[in-house]
Each structure stands twice: as structure tokens, then as C-alpha cells.
Design a protein around this ligand. Sequence first.
Ligand code: CU
Length: 309
Amino acid sequence: MIRGVTGLSNEVVDNVFLFIAAISVFMLVLITFLMIYFTFRYRRKRNPQPEDIRGNLWLEILWTVIPTLLVLSMFYYGWTGFRSLKKIPEGAFKVKVAARQWSWLFEYENGVKTEELMVPVGKPIHLLLTSQDVIHSFYIPAFRVKQDAVPGMVAPLWFKAGEVGTYDVLCAEYCGRQHSYMLARVKVLSEEEFNRWYEGKGKELQMERARGLPRGPQLLQEKGCLVCHSLDGAPRIGPTLKGLFGKSVIVLKDGKEQKVQANDAYLKKSLIEPNAEIVKGFPPIMPSQKGLISEEEINELVRYMKELK
Ligand SMILES: [Cu+2]
């Protein structure tokens, strides 16, 4: 048990785990003991003539019934635990979680988006998991919860953090080359601190929207572009976005090399149909933003990319 971490899902999972582990250890000890005992007890020196031992009804009943009960009790605890993990308490605090190659995005009901999951302590948190590309798996070891995020599906998950602190979030489904980048954090705050953060962020967002501030840098972060693209000239998984506008780029189109000008149309197309023209020397793995991005966001991103000289 990880010290200092308690919560409903922890108790449920830990109890089942300990129960099964205890039975397993008991069986291991018992079987090992009997094995060693029988090798001595029935060794050849003491029993030069092999004996023909016929069935024993009571023994057979015993060793059928006891293991059956043990296994059924494991099933019972597992099943009731599973049910309570699946039953989301009413009034739980909702957060949408989007998984994508290779980052997580958390979206709260007031529209605020973050890359770290912020939650209040002691309150049930209801996560709604989706994936924008391949199958990922949302995993918080400290809270004993794990759930696949599958494209085209919303998977629910809930937990309750017992103590204030910072805990790891991992992706538990191998999802491509930079799978390990999907290490994020859950920050558990006291209720008061959380409310202050939540309301502050909400107001900030409203103000930004009202003023229509350029959101380029924030969009790049929010849409997860910076996992694969740098702004400083160094290639990452994809080419750098620095100085891209106006450059001539060698791309593979239908398998043939071509030179194209990186103009507005090219930048837009790179977002919506990234695999129509693949930049030479890079793998065709950029996830299409189709359906994930608004016209206004595309325009803002293109505007910002043009500024990255
Ligand atoms: Cu993943």
C-alpha cells in the first residue's frame, strides 16, 4: 500500500488484492509442505513395494468443495469491488479526459483545459475518457484505477483522492513511439484551494474569450502539437514549426517527391489532412485534427505559425 493515499477505490482494490494474495500464499505453503512431507514419508526405502491406493470419497469431496468455495469467494469480492468501482456516485465532479498521441488533456465543466488533472480532495471525481487516435489507457496507480480510452467511445471512471498531494498518471497501453511521454500528474488540492483555482481559471478564460486575445501559443499546447513539433528550429517527431511559412518543403504525395510552398493553404491542409503530403524524412504519423478543431482555431494556428520566424 502506498502510504498516505486512501480513498474508496484504494480500499476496494487493496482488500481484494490482499484477500487473493493471502489465499495464494496459504495454498503455496500448504502444497509445498505436503510435497516435501510426501517425498519423505513415501520414500522408496520405507516403501519398497509400491502400494495401490484406491479413491477416498471424503477426501475427494473435500478437495473439490474447499477450492470451489475459495475461488467463488475470490470471485464474489472481485465482483462486488468491480461493481463499486463502476458505480459512479451522484454529484461527482466531472472532468473530460482526451487521450492522444502523446499527451492528456483535461477539460472541466467551466471550459478550462489543463494538462495536469486538478481535483479537490475527498470528493468523488467522474472522468469521461475518450481517445482522439489510438487506444490509450488512463492509469493512476496511487488511486488503483485504470481504464482504456478508445476512439469513438466515452468510457467512465471514478475515484476519490483521500489526501492532498501530487500523483502520477500513466498511459498503460502501448500507443506508439512516444508512449512514455504520456506521464502526467494529478494534483489533489484542499477543497478551498481547489475552488480558488477553479474559479480563478474560469474567470481568466472568460476574460480571454471576451477580449478575443490571440491564442496561438496556448492552442499549440492544448492541441498537443508541441509533443511532436518544436518552435526553436530543432526537429522532434515532426519538423520544427519555426520558419516554416514561406519555405519550400519537399513532400511525398502519392509516393512521389514534390516541392511545395508552405503557404496558408499548405498549413491548413497539414492540420486536416496531414497524410496527403508527407514531409520527406518524417514518418506519416501526425494525427489529423479533423473534427477536433474549429475553423477559428485553424485560422488562429495558421496566423501564429506564420509569426514563427
Ligand atoms: Cu497512450
